[in-house]
Structure formats: structure tokens, C-alpha cells
Design a protein around this ligand. Structure first.
Ligand SMILES: *Cc1c(COP(=O)(O)O)cnc(C)c1O
Length: 729
């Protein structure tokens, strides 16, 4: 039997429930869970940066003893434990009501990153948050799921900007003892160690567990002493630029991940690959079946019919391609154990449009019976991009479906908006049925001044938070005052505030708003109707081009001509994202279409009544209706695209957005603005939630895949598209 290492030896018996509670991220989306920790130690909660494990580790025995005899605390503690236990006990749930024998049909979800909470920095951006939100929602719906990913001990890039605007990040080591993760131990009480077969010398994996409500997430760690020193750093950090190391990571994630599930005795019916990174999992699943006596063809078919693959990006750099030479180096001795020839294997990963290398997306496309893009538009783009895999069918029949992304509502809605305002106007149990469009119609019943005042309070909190960070920087580093100025000290809570925060990548055009400095200055510095912009985001350490874009943004925020109305806030993470999506007035997104496959940060903002000003790309094409924000087509002509798109944004700001925001009544409320806010909430709640998304994955794919395990085999419904594992050349 496997277990987890026991923690908190100083916890009194009466409070032993806190052990499970602290290690279950349930508290991250249940305000009452967080409230217990706050009540126990308000200062400790703050100082631990909202991390109950760290907080409990640092509390002394006496304080815990006192709490265990405090009737006021115990009443709250017992009530929350009762709610937690009843949550963990939903044996039926939505999934159980739809699938016979739900416990027998676990879905194994593989992803290279997970964004769950700022205490677990195992993410780079949107892909990770999608995966994290999905695990939480599957838990809420009772979808039996187990997640597999990486524990990146150096996953967290602490972003610092040098005086000349260059990102000089330092990788911060994860404090494992204080993070809400627990190491899996074997029966003898030693760390479980799982061997990856492909590598020579072999690599031994240790495993950490994160409890996400009812979902178990297992994270791979290669730093074991049993490994050769150069192998220990495989899981060090996300997306290394070194292709060989990247291949080794993907072998460890895919093949090692399946090995871990096997070692833990976890049975699952369906494999879901989130992006191409973990696709080698397919091979190890096949190998297990071949090992138990199946022919390669039968095994491959069984795996194919129960595998779901979600592709997330049309940006070429997002698709890993490995040279055949590298592939030979690592797979030479592995393939025979599957009864698979080198030629057949390489054909599975060949992109006919660019055959020079093993393409992970092509491999995943051929390996899975169920494939999807992440928005309607991205579906079209992906079918065009991968038409060559199914040349015999017209483009619109290419068997790649779409499921538009969504965000986990309890994670991203502000607690006061959800627990106070929506509870009153939508009804107390609105959260239980939040994918029903009709309940959201009641948003219109919220009095304008209630929503407006709520939002103003959120904006003030955001700006106070930014100033607190700026003060800390000033105190600790004695930095050049101009740098402190650049980080937002002059922000004005009454000015119209635009937010632009995401990973810095060139296709996202973080400098587009700065295209015409003269015009922008006029908009920002209007003394009567001022506008300000808050930027945040990290560039990948190896991406010099994105660091240059960041430098341009930072230099603008330092530039006196903007009067402190452009701010760059360092170290964008989940916590800062929460403040930003709740507190800015307009969420700006201006990628080069059609490269934003979906985008999710805008959904987090609109859920909170923050309208979006965005290029019509990704999810915004489906959401925008003329009343719930602003949309820009994007110039068709590439040669002056940036100028034209920036001009369209300035036009909208000058003619519509600024006048609407400042058109207030005698109490200072802009009724026109609140109308837009209400439309954004009504659109997001039912349509762009992780709940709608998880139900769609279940109905479109999981049910059919589960059916295939029962009936044996899945036949594509798309006319004429042949499901040939080996692809065609
Ligand atoms: C949601 C989120 C993202 C994804 O943002 P996009 O605008 O969709 O790219 C990235 N980082 C953080 C911290 C997030 O919360």
C-alpha cells in the first residue's frame, strides 16, 4: 500500500481534520475553507501568502492548543469540516447520474503544466490554468479523474526588472516542506520510486500528490539521488529551450506518467492528452497491453479508441518536432518491446507538410480517436492546419472537433460578488446550477449602484495592492525612484483603468497599445477624463524577442510623458491575476489573429463584470454580441496591421469607451457602463465556465470512449475520414 508522508506532528487531536483540509486545494475555491485558516491565525495566513500548509508548519504548539479549546473557533471548524466531508462524499454527482458505474471509468488527464494556486507555481500561462480549472470542475461534477504532471522544483521564475527594463528573473526553488504537496511513500515508508524504461541509464521518478477536491494529481520529480546528476534536472523547469532535454522531459511525462499510474495500481478507461507534450503516454499504454499478450495492432486500436487529444495553439513554436536522430537515440531499444517497427513509429509522428522530424502533434492526432481544438475558430484553423493528415476528405470534414475553453467559476469570481451580490439577486444556490443560462438573466435585477460600488471597491483593492508591492520594492532595494514610479504608485482609483496582463509573447502584441505615443498621451492625460494602463506578464527566460517587448513596455511606464498613468507590475502570477481580473475597468487583448486559440484571462475578467476590448479572435468571436464589450476585426493587410489595429483601439477608446465610462449621474454612477458590465456577466456565467466545458468533454468524448471500452472499438462519425493509426503518406 502506498501512503503519503504524515505532517503537522504538533496538531492537537481535536484539530486533526486540518491535516486533510490544508492539503486539499478545496479551500482554494471554497471561501469558507479559507475562512477557517484566517480565523485560526489571521497574521499567519497573510504572511504565508495564503498557504495553509506553510501557516500550520509555522504555528507553535501552544497557539494550536489554545485554538483547540476555543469554542468560537471550534464551531467554525466543525461546520467547515462537515461541509468539506460532505463535498468529498458526493459519490453520485452529475457524472454518476449520466454514466453507469462511474468509479470504474476514471479518466487519466496528462498535462505538462497545472495552474491551481499561487502556492503551487507549476504553470507558465493559459494552458496550465485551463488544466487546473478543469481538474477542479471535474471534482465538482464528480467526474472520476486522475491528473499527471510535473513537480518543477525551479518552476517559479521570480521576475525582476533591471533599471534599463531588462527582465532579470531568478528561478526560485520551491519550498517543498511548506507547499500543499505530499510525497508518495511505499509500503516500507520510503519514497516511491518508479523507473522509466526508455532511458539508459534508467531514470527513477519520485511522485508528489496534490489533492484537488476529489481529484488526485500526481506530479513527477526527477531530482532523486538515485539518478545520475545530469538526469536530476529533467523536471527542473518548464519548457526548456534545449530540444534533447525537452524530449527527455516528454518521455518522462508520457511514459513515466503511465508507469506511475501502473505502480499506484490506478485503473483508468480514458486517456486525455492536454497538448502534445505528454503524447508518448500512448506508447506505454500500448506496451502494457502488448505485454499482457495482445498484438500490437489490437493494443494500438484499443488505446486509440479511448484517447482524447486537445490541441491548444496554432503558433508553430507550440508544436514540438524532434529530429529522427534524437528519436533513434532514445527509442531504439524501446520500440521492439511494443512490437512496433521504427518505420511505423516514425510514420505516426510524421507531418506530411513538413516531414523532417517527429511531430508530437501529428503523433497525438493519429493516436487519439477524439481530437479537439479549444474554440470554434480554432477548430477551423486546426482543420486547415492538419488537413494533410486526412487528404481524402474536404477540409470541413477533417475529424477535429472543438470544445471552447471555460474558466472555473468558484475560482475566478470575486468572493464578495459571488457570496454577497449574486447570492441575493440570483438566489442562494446559484453556484449549484451555474451553467443554466436562465439564472443569469437575474443579473439585470442587481441595482446599478450596487454593482458599480462593488467594482469601485475592487479597483481600490487592486491599486492598494499594487502600491503595497511598490512600497516593498522601495523599502527593500532602495531602487531608483523612477522604477518605483513605473510600478504603479501614481495610479488613480478614479481613472478609467485598462488592464493588459498575460505571458509576453510576440503574437500577443504587448506593445500594440504603445504604437502611437502622441495619440496615446492625449488619451491618458486628458485632465477631465484620464485613462491609465496596467501591464503585467513574464517573458520566457530564453525568449529574447519577448524580453525586448517587455523592455519597451517597462520603459513606457518609466516615461515621464505618461505622468505615471502607465504602470508595469512585476511578477505576474495567479494572485496578481485575481486582483487584476476583478479590479481593472477594461480587459485588453490584441493578439495577431488567428493565433489566440481561445484565451481565458478575458473570461475571468468578464465573469467579474469587467468588459473586454479585444481583437475578434479565439473565444471572443463566440462571445461578442455588440453589447457586452468591444470587438475589433483586425486589419487584413499584414504590412500595416499594427498601425491599423492600434488606431482602431484608440478610436474605440476616444469615441465610445471613455465617454461611456465618464457619463455619470449625480451619484457618480455610469448607468451605461453598468449595462455593459451586466451583459458581460450574463454572457460568461453560463457559456464560458469550466462546467459547460467539462460537460461537453464528457458528452462529446468521454462517454463514447467509455462506450468503446465496453463495446470494443469506436468508429468515427465523420464521413469518409479513415481512422488509420499509421497515417498515410
Ligand atoms: C488565466 C491566466 C493566464 C492565461 O491568460 P491568456 O490571456 O488567456 O493568455 C495566464 N496567466 C495567469 C496567471 C492566468 O491566471
Amino acid at each position: 500500500m502506498y501512503g503519503v508522508k504524515d505532517k503537522f506532528p504538533h496538531l492537537p487531536e481535536r484539530l486533526s481534520g486540518l491535516r486533510e483540509l490544508a492539503y486539499n486545494l478545496w479551500w482554494s475555491w471554497h471561501p469558507e475553507g479559507r475562512a477557517v485558516f484566517k480565523l485560526l491565525n489571521r497574521q499567519g495566513w497573510h504572511l504565508s501568502n495564503h498557504n495553509p500548509v506553510k501557516m500550520l508548519n509555522r504555528m507553535d504548539k501552544d497557539a494550536l492548543q489554545t485554538a483547540s479549546q476555543d469554542p468560537h473557533f471550534l464551531r467554525h471548524f466543525d461546520a467547515v469540516m462537515a461541509r468539506f466531508e460532505s463535498y468529498m462524499d458526493i459519490s453520485r454527482g452529475w457524472f454518476g447520474a449520466n454514466i453507469a458505474d462511474p468509479k470504474k471509468h476514471t479518466i487519466a488527464y496528462f498535462s505538462a503544466e497545472y495552474g491551481l494556486h499561487h502556492a503551487l507555481p507549476f504553470y507558465a500561462g493559459g494552458l496550465g490554468f485551463l488544466a487546473g480549472d478543469f481538474l477542479k470542475e471535474c471534482s465538482d461534477l464528480g467526474i472520476p479523474m486522475v491528473g499527471v504532471g510535473f513537480m518543477y522544483p525551479q518552476g517559479y521564475l521570480r521576475q525582476m526588472i533591471s533599471p534599463d527594463g531588462w527582465q532579470v528573473g531568478a528561478c526560485e526553488m520551491l519550498d517543498r516542506e511548506n507547499a500543499p504537496i505530499r510525497k508518495i511513500m511505499d509500503a516500507e515508508g520510503n519514497p516511491l520510486s518508479v523507473k522509466v524504461p526508455v532511458m539508459d541509464p534508467p531514470i527513477y521518478l519520485e511522485v508528489w500528490k496534490v489533492q484537488v477536491g476529489m481529484t488526485d494529481l500526481y506530479l513527477i520529480d526527477t531530482s532523486s539521488e538515485a539518478n545520475e546528476p545530469w538526469n536530476r534536472c529533467i523536471s527542473d523547469r518548464l519548457y526548456t529551450g534545449d530540444l534533447e532535454q525537452r524530449l527527455r522531459q516528454e518521455i518522462v511525462l508520457g511514459i513515466g506518467g503511465v508507469r506511475i499510474l501502473e505502480a499506484l495500481g490506478i485503473d483508468y478507461s480514458v486517456l486525455h492528452l492536454n497538448e502534445g507534450h505528454p503524447a508518448f503516454a500512448v506508447l506505454e499504454r500500448i506496451r502494457e497491453k502488448v505485454d499482457s499478450g495482445m498484438s500490437f495492432r489490437d493494443a494500438a486500436k484499443a488505446v486509440h479508441d479511448t484517447t482524447v487529444f486537445t490541441t491548444h495553439t496554432p503558433v508553430p513554436a507550440g508544436h514540438d518536432v524532434f529530429s529522427y536522430q534524437l528519436m533513434d537515440k532514445y527509442f531504439g531499444s524501446y520500440l521492439p518491446t511494443l512490437d512496433l517497427s521504427r518505420d511505423e513509429f516514425f510514420r505516426m509522428g510524421m507531418n506530411p507538410a513538413k516531414p523532417e522530424g517527429f511531430n508530437m502533434t501529428a503523433f497525438a492526432m493519429r493516436s487519439a480517436a477524439f481530437r479537439n481544438a479549444v474554440s470554434k475558430k480554432h477548430g477551423e484553423v486546426t482543420r486547415e492546419m492538419w488537413h494533410q493528415l486526412w487528404p481524402e476528405v474536404p477540409e470541413q470534414s477533417v475529424p477535429i472537433d472543438y470544445v471552447t475553453n471555460g474558466v472555473h467559476i468558484p475560482t475566478w469570481i470575486d468572493r464578495r460578488l459571488g457570496d454577497v451580490i449574486l447570492n441575493i439577486y440570483l438566489g442562494r444556490n446559484w453556484l449549484d446550477s451555474h451553467d443554466q443560462p436562465r439564472i443569469w438573466e437575474l443579473v439585470d435585477e442587481i441595482p446599478d449602484d450596487v454593482l458599480w460600488k462593488h467594482h469601485k471597491a475592487m479597483k481600490e483593492m487592486l491599486i492598494a495592492k499594487i502600491r503595497e508591492r511598490a512600497r516593498e520594492k522601495w523599502l527593500n532595494s532602495g531602487a531608483d525612484p523612477r522604477l518605483v514610479m513605473a510600478s504603479g504608485v501614481l495610479l488613480d482609483p478614479s481613472a478609467l483603468t485598462l488592464g493588459f496582463a498575460r505571458r509576453f509573447a510576440s503574437y500577443k502584441r504587448p506593445t500594440l497599445l504603445l504604437q502611437d505615443i502622441v495619440r496615446l498621451r492625449k488619451i491618458l492625460n486628458d485632465p477631465w477624463r484620464p485613462v491609465q494602463i496596467i501591464f503585467a506578464g513574464k517573458a520566457h527566460q530564453d525568449d529574447q524577442q519577448s524580453k525586448q517587448l517587455l523592455q519597451q513596455v517597462f520603459n513606457a511606464s518609466k516615461d515621464q510623458v505618461f505622468g505615471g498613468r502607465v504602470a508595469f507590475v512585476e511578477d505576474y502570477d495567479e494572485l496578481l491575476a485575481q486582483y487584476l481580473v476583478h479590479g481593472v475597468d477594461v480587459w485588453v487583448n490584441n493578439p495577431v489573429p488567428p493565433l489566440e486559440a481561445s484565451g481565458t484571462s478575458g473570461m475571468k475578467a468578464t465573469l467579474n463584470g469587467v468588459p473586454q476590448l479585444s481583437i475578434l479572435d479565439g473565444w471572443w468571436i463566440e462571445a461578442y454580441n455588440g453589447k457586452n464589450g468591444w470587438g475589433i476585426e483586425g486589419a487584413p493587410d499584414e504590412s500595416n496591421r499594427d498601425e491599423q489595429d492600434a488606431a482602431a483601439i484608440y478610436d474605440l477608446l476616444e469615441k465610445e469607451i471613455v465617454p461611456l465610462y465618464y457619463n455619470v449621474d449625480e451619484d457618480g454612477v455610469s448607468h451605461g457602463w453598468v449595462k455593459v458590465m451586466k451583459e458581460t456577466i450574463k454572457m460568461t456565467g453560463p457559456n464560458f465556465s469550466a462546467r459547460r466545458m467539462a460537460k461537453e468533454y464528457t458528452n462529446k468524448f468521454y462517454k463514447k470512449a467509455i462506450h468503446a471500452t465496453v463495446k470494443g472499438g469506436y468508429r468515427s462519425e465523420k464521413q469518409g475520414a479513415k481512422e488509420d493509426l499509421f497515417g498515410k503518406i
